[in-house]
Design a protein around this ligand. Sequence first.
Ligand code: ZN
Ligand code: ZN
Length: 320
Amino acid sequence: MQIHFWGTRGSIPVAANGLTIRDKIKQALLLAQGRHFEGEEQIDRFIDESIEFPTQYGYGGDSSCIQIIGGDEYMLCDMGSGLRRFGQHIMQKHGPQDPKVYHFFISHVHWDHIMGFPFFPSAYIPGNIIHIYGGHSIEKLEEAFHRQQSNPCFPVYWDQLGANINFTQLKENQWHKINGFRIKPKRQVHHGASFGYRIEKDGKALVYSTDAEHKQENEKDTVGIVDFYHNADVVIFDAMYSLADMITIKEDWGHSSNIVGVDLCLRAQVKHYCMFHHEPAYTDETLFRILQETRRYAEIVREGHPLKISTAYDDMVIEV
Ligand SMILES: [Zn+2]
Ligand SMILES: [Zn+2]
């Protein structure tokens, strides 16, 4: 399977402002001083080889939305603002006259995880079928979506949507067969609870585990998480805060640190630890620095087990 990250930011979408872009241009020009380029190809090579990731690309600012590619129908986790761009991609690819089936797995209904839905064109087009799954009750899921598209929050109301939309509560800690995958939800510690999903197909395992605060204070809870992550090819993990922020101010805010993620993934023998749900106040440089620090920490504590570590960015595609 493949994963396309349409949105990776936590809590609220962010955009690079003019000063940030100007600063990136300035840094790139400084690095290019005295060089001569024969054409676009040479410029691209220089960007790839000589300019660091935060300056040449950056992490993006859409909120949580990932697509899991590998089934016959479309399948995604969460509907943050990244869903808007996924929806545009679908319109470009199929146009409005070609109905599709979509499966959405919702971690929870906090705003940053459902705010993309009113901007998802397929929801307005009759013929499309949209299955929304969650660990919460159907009433809870429906209420959040209905409220989001009602007066005075949004001008287009829920009953104006044209697609066939249905909600399903998935039993936690049980396997469910959907779209050729097997999927198991697990309850996580977060305000109002959130659900992580272990998704498997063809011997490969992905865990989508966002909006969860792992404190490692209760061994039983920790063992439960380690079992859930065990041997996964990739764990997409809520590493919203740096450890320093976490222990000084943001304890009990419902999110985890980069360091807890390393500890859990090493213990669970995960292959690839992917940090996700980035703090909106962190700049590209800050996220890049946290990635280097996280890799250094893992090198010190890992005791032989190799662990790939990455920071998710908008439009990153990984093979699982
Ligand atoms: Zn969130
Ligand atoms: Zn949340």
